[in-house]
Design a protein around this ligand. Structure first.
Ligand code: DC
Length: 240
């Protein structure tokens, strides 16, 4: 049975390196399209937080813990800035707890990069992500969305920017959250994470053959949005 509601909605898969602005673009596109945004990195980070809190080190212990872990999303209203519309953001939950305030640190990011190399962890989250896309109308970002989670996604984007530009963005983000990061350490961290994300045996980060590559090192947010909205509308046109 073809459902009309689903027939004119698509799946947008956005992959790319860490700190290249995937989530900003994905959120903005989801809001433009009236689609659901899913940050899969947050799901890996939630599991990483569980392993840190429970001092789980070995792969065996982490795999055994999966049956005690539930990752989900919760819609949280945001207080708008003056003159801006009311909004709702998605926060990731770990066994029902909103863990958004704890998952954006370098420590959790590094742990997420490590646990995301475990086959069973990936299978656990990929199954859940595929379920979330059943009704289409979704913008999902991560590392393996266009290659593994939704290889048939109607629109695939691969975002990239130079390591230096991404390190500067990560640095600014940490400073804006009140941190005192060391620039060299942030750049080393970006390079380490790139290496791990692209060299792991399980679903390494790679560009899908049919993905559109967007190098945003020297693009403004507005320029990127214009390009991506154009690609989105052209993809919808092709459905008719
Ligand atoms: O996008 P992020 O920095 O929040 O992701 C955290 C880590 O999770 C990153 O190092 C790689 C991993 N990840 C993954 O392996 N697959 C995904 N679909 C999303 C994230």
């Amino acid at each position: 049975m073809v459902n009309d509601e689903i027939a004119n909605k698509i799946i947008v898969a956005i992959d790319g390196y860490s700190s290249c602005g995937k989530s900003t673009i994905a959120k903005a596109l989801a809001s433009y399209a009236g689609y659901t945004y899913v940050d899969t990195g947050a799901m890996y980070r939630a599991i990483a937080l569980y392993t840190l809190r429970n001092h789980l080190d070995s792969n065996e212990d982490i795999i055994a813990a999966l049956e005690k872990i539930q990752v989900g999303f919760k819609r949280v209203p945001v207080t708008p800035l003056e003159g801006e519309p009311e909004g709702v953001v998605q926060h990731v939950t770990l066994n029902g707890e909103d863990v958004e305030p704890f998952i954006r640190t370098l420590e959790v990011g590094n742990a997420a990069s490590r646990i995301s190399a475990i086959k069973e962890v990936r299978a656990f989250l990929v199954a859940q992500q595929q379920k979330m896309g059943e009704a289409k109308g979704i913008v999902m970002d991560g590392r393996d969305i266009g290659t593994v989670v939704f290889p048939k996604a109607e629109l695939k984007l691969f975002l990239t920017a130079s390591p230096e530009v991404r390190a500067q963005r990560r640095y600014d983000e940490l400073v804006s959250k009140g941190g005192h990061p060391d620039m060299e350490a942030v750049l080393a961290d970006v390079n380490d994470r790139d290496y791990r994300d692209t060299h792991r045996a399980e679903s390494p980060l790679r560009q899908a053959d049919d993905a559109v590559v967007v190098d945003n090192s020297f693009m403004t947010r507005e320029e990127q949005m214009e390009l991506i909205i154009d690609l989105f509308n052209k993809t919808l046109d092709k459905l008719d």
